[in-house]
Ligand binder design. Structure first.
Ligand code: AMP
Ligand code: FES
Ligand code: ZN
Ligand code: ZN
Length: 319
């Protein structure tokens, strides 16, 4: 297949878009499309201060690169989760994020959960029943809380993450088979700010994972190839596999699944009553972040409990 723009040999063939592009035109296409999505969904403007959640993976580093190329004012935030047993996942991804920032003269801040709360995520997970021994639930809650808190305290206008189409389609699939209407209502490429929650945007939500990976590769961006070691066997990976099987049969299936959902939602498919967004938000007495709980937020309660508990024994009981 040849490049649609110049006729040279294509380096990427995107069957889902019926589009082949050469290296140069693909490297132009990604920022052009990103800008189109930013404007179409009203995510942010050139006047906004943007905080990019940078994990050291291909999506968030490519996103940071694209936003910088487009001339946005975007700083990075890396959260060190302390996942270092064996694969050195956290120290490696932090080093990659720092090198990227330095090479591109971008500002990156690092928050280490162990310094903030006294324990790494794997240690914390061994001290709570939350997540039933898997650290992902403690980790997800902690990341969401810290990202919002930093963005808010430092007056960023918007927090952006590198979620791609494969991530979004997998979440949608999971929420659909469970008919989790509350989550479905909130699944969106843009969540407006409200009572203590900062505006959140996902400018890469329409890109396939292989498109962001190709972008990182062709731009020479070093990123961490390994998945988090705790992700093995996660349901979201299983959903991604299922969706890829569909995609192989029918190119474009993932994109149409997500876009049709967003369209259906826009036209009122989920009534407001299905949203738990309507619940009143209060202020956590401990950290000042918004919460639906009467006094202390889930994050503060969880970490309080983690600090007061002993690690689980091998049998999985609390001592
Ligand atoms: P994941 O949940 O690992 O698929 O990551 C989704 C997005 O969350 C990434 O593209 C990043 O924008 C953000 N993210 C994940 N892990 C971190 C981290 N350790 N520090 C900052 N942002 C992160
Ligand atoms: Fe959080 Fe794996 S447990 S990234
Ligand atoms: Zn070309
Ligand atoms: Zn709190």
């Amino acid at each position: 297949m040849n490049c649609r723009k110049c006729g040279k040999k294509a380096v990427i063939n995107m069957r889902q878009h019926k589009l082949g592009l050469c290296e140069q035109h693909f490297l132009d296409w990604i920022p052009q499309q990103t800008q189109r999505f930013i404007e179409k969904y009203g995510m942010f403007t050139n006047d906004d201060r943007i905080l990019v959640a940078v994990s050291g993976g291909k999506d968030s580093l490519s996103l940071w690169d694209v936003l910088a190329r487009l001339g946005y004012h975007a700083d990075g935030l890396y959260i060190n989760l302390g996942i270092d047993d064996g694969a050195h996942y956290s120290s490696k991804s932090q080093r990659i994020a720092e090198d990227f920032a330095e090479a591109n003269k971008l500002h990156l801040q690092v928050v280490a959960i162990e310094s903030l709360e006294g324990f790494t995520i794997p240690e914390a997970s061994r001290r709570t029943l939350r997540g039933q021994g898997r650290p992902c639930s403690v980790c997800g809650l902690t990341k969401r809380h810290v990202l919002n808190r930093v963005a808010r305290e430092q007056n960023y206008d918007v927090l952006v993450t590198g979620h791609n189409l494969d991530d979004e389609a997998a979440v949608l699939f999971g929420n659909t088979i469970n008919w989790a209407t509350g989550y479905l209502t909130r699944q969106s490429p843009l969540l407006e700010a409200k009572s203590g929650l900062v505006r959140k945007a996902k400018p890469f939500f329409r890109f396939y994972e292989r498109e962001t990976a190709a972008y990182a590769l062709l731009r020479g961006i070093e990123y961490i190839y390994e998945e988090c070691p705790h992700a093995t066997g996660a349901t979201s990976l299983y959903y991604k596999e299922l969706l890829n099987t569909m995609e192989n049969r029918r190119p474009g299936a993932k994109l149409s699944f997500l876009l049709s959902f967003l369209q259906a939602k826009e036209s009122g498919f989920l009534a407001d009553g299905d949203s738990d967004d309507s619940r009143e938000l209060r202020t956590c007495q401990s950290c000042g972040q918004p919460t639906t709980a009467p006094d202390t937020c889930t994050y503060c309660r969880m970490w309080e409990q983690i600090r007061s508990r002993q690690p689980r024994t091998i049998e999985g009981r609390h001592t």
